[in-house]
Design a binder for this molecule. Structure first.
Ligand code: SF4
Length: 119
């Protein structure tokens, strides 16, 4: 389990960035990770799902209380993790399967911190 002061150290350490799946050295995936569109957010989360540095990325995002974007497989808003997000406009009468965001498992070491941030 990671303690809060360990999270702050994680936010300083960026050595893992070279292994990040979203790091194409050109920033071409940024639009997906900071989009308001559900399909983009879902695509970003799927990229994170297989990322070898997901735990480091999520620990840093939690420590920085990221205001925005997909980090470590989770959608952040104002430092909190959102489990779901609604499409813009009036909600449909019948839920659309394509509006469901993929659920990416939180690394066990960060589970307690994430539970506190989503409560
Ligand atoms: S977990 Fe996602 S946002 Fe974080 S480095 Fe990996 S691909 Fe990028």
């Amino acid at each position: 389990m990671i303690a809060l002061n360990d999270l702050e150290e994680a936010a300083e350490d960026r050595t893992w960035w070279a292994e990040a799946r979203c790091n194409d050295a050109a920033g071409s995936l940024s639009a997906l990770f900071f989009s308001e569109e559900l399909q983009d957010i879902a695509a970003a989360k799927r990229i994170c799902e297989l990322c070898p540095v997901m735990e480091d990325c999520l620990a840093g995002a939690l420590a920085r209380r990221e205001p925005w974007g997909v980090w470590g497989g989770q959608l952040f808003r104002n430092g909190r993790i959102l489990a779901t997000k609604r499409r813009r406009g009036r909600p449909p009468k019948v839920a659309r399967p394509e509006d469901e965001l993929p659920v990416i498992a939180v690394p066990a070491a960060l589970a307690e911190v994430v539970i506190r941030r989503t409560a």
